[in-house]
Design a protein around this ligand. Sequence first.
Ligand code: IVH
Length: 669
Amino acid sequence: MNETEKKEVALLRSKIHLHDHQYYVKDSPEISDREYDSLYNRLKELEGKYPECVTADSPTQRVGGKVDERFQKVVHPVPMLSLDNTFNVDEVRAFHQRIVKGLPDVEESSIEYVVELKFDGLAVSLTYEDGKLVRGATRGDGVQGEDVTANLKTIRSIPLEIPAEPFRKIEVRGEVYMPRKEFERVNALREEAGEVPFVNPRNAAAGALRVLDPAITDSRKLSVFIYSVGFLDNNICETHSELQEKLASLRFPVNEHNRQCSNIEETLAIVEEWRTKKNDLDYEVDGLVIQLNSLSYRKKLGYTSKFPRWAVAYKYEAEQAETEVLEIVCQVGRTGSITPVANLKPVFVSGSTVSRATLHNEDEIKKKDIRVGDRVVIEKAGEIIPKVVRVVNLKGKRNQPFQMPTLCPECQTKIFRSEGESAWRCVNAACPAQLKERLKHFASRKAMDIDHMGPAVIDQLVASGRVKNFSDLYTLKQEEVASLERLAEKSAQNLIDAIEKSKSAGLARLIFGLGVRHVGQRAASTLAKTFRSIKALKETSFEDMETVMEIGPVIAESLKSFLDQDVNLKDIEILASSGVVMEEQEIIGNEGSALTGKQFVLTGTLSEFSRDDAKEKIESLGGRVTSAVSAKTDYIVAGKDAGSKLAKAKKLEIAVLDEKEFQKLIEAD
Ligand code: IVH
């Protein structure tokens, strides 16, 4: 390839990138499709002639990258949090008041907000280094997501390259969504092919992004809006709106409807404005995001344990409808809790037909006085299970009040309600209903992700007595499964293969899948990352477990008592001997960092950092911060007036860093 051709390739690429931007982001193409095609084909021709010149960020390479068998895990440089919700004007005003109170040195009149649409898709993170897209990941549990770079590259509004200045490294965040029209097109095709249609555009987008073949993502026309940044190596902006302008100038697709407001009243006016206008957009929004504009005020306010204090989501009211209660039945959950559910006369609301609604518990039914035969108002918000809001015919002629059963509807054991608890429980450990629910949870997408193990299959496996615990799944034979009613040989093999595949689901999914009370996905992921194996979890004392950030006494107690029971230990032992992975696998993301996987304890006062800053920094480099010193601590960072933790660290011979040494360590990265 000679110099002239080299230059031509570079020029073609930058032209195509520019025209992609004009077409997919700006919606205002500057050249005809034919002209575009001729640029594209010329580039293809040159790349075909000189394959060595093909680069990953060439516009011809949007489709065709590779995705691993299982997606690689990626630790987000800065955790991806979610937002607290508000549902009415009063809650938004209360949010504003909290901000005013939290910023005592700031004039109320100088508090500005930015209001944005809250896109109903899935959050992604895109990392650019020296102007090149190097990684795209899903949000995952907020701390750790999945590497879906090859799939994200097929989305034309995502730039593969951006100017390398002013940020050499920038991680932007946004929402991938499926436009309504595309959703209709995809669903029509699915129905034609006899497949189950997607419930909503968000599920369709998620499905299209989490596939192993980028060509499939490419065939479902996804799009993205970029709304903020996670990691940034050059903080040159003072406000969010400035930052967004910068992002737009770097060719990121920033939504055109974002509005700056100089006070809370303007903000509330925008909330009203979008209440109906949102239905005219060609993508779904489930509310608005209201956030402080000033980045320094944001810093002052910081975060609660879950959410930023400087932003909230505004959710528009759920749609309501009136219908009739046909029957009240009780369902047994995986921990034995008994939930009353109303079977309803089917009614259409928020885009789908509703025929069931949860009644939560006995007290809730009493409070609302819901009886069989009543006319009720039901409500559905997004994906949330519909609920009964109130009874319409309280004064009319009605049936007798509802009575909770005294026996478990499934195994007929006497049920109990402990003091302080709202739920009645079946305490029979062998109750088949609980077992079914536990298996459903174990196999679910967020746990061991076992495809082809639907409720009908689980019912039969349990009813036949063949599966009594998790480990029994791993000794199932193809013939046994094939002998289940209505299961073709091929489906039986698919199930066996899926069970086999689940063995390497990983420690976090396994811990979550075990279904220990109070141990949610996030806690499971923290436990996996901190303790790294089931064996270590078993050996950890309650005290050590409890002190891990985000775990606390309730989770620790529940997990300890689970791991103290012989039945559970035996099940885990057999799972291990069947080849189920019991250890944390290595993660990518911060390979080069000296801090990756290291556990830190911060103590005393640091002069250059606040605790939160130091923690953020450590986590951004792949380390973890815990509050108590234990044998697992790798470093203790001791500021001024460090006390007992420092003494304990010395006793355990843990490396102690003073502030200078700590700074050196992080700067080395
Ligand atoms: S800002 C600290 N802006 O809503 C989080 N989020 O609950 C700041 N979302 O997971 C998020 N549109 O996926 C922001 N314009 C927007 C958004 C948006 C949709 C999603 C996002 C996040 C969730 C927040």
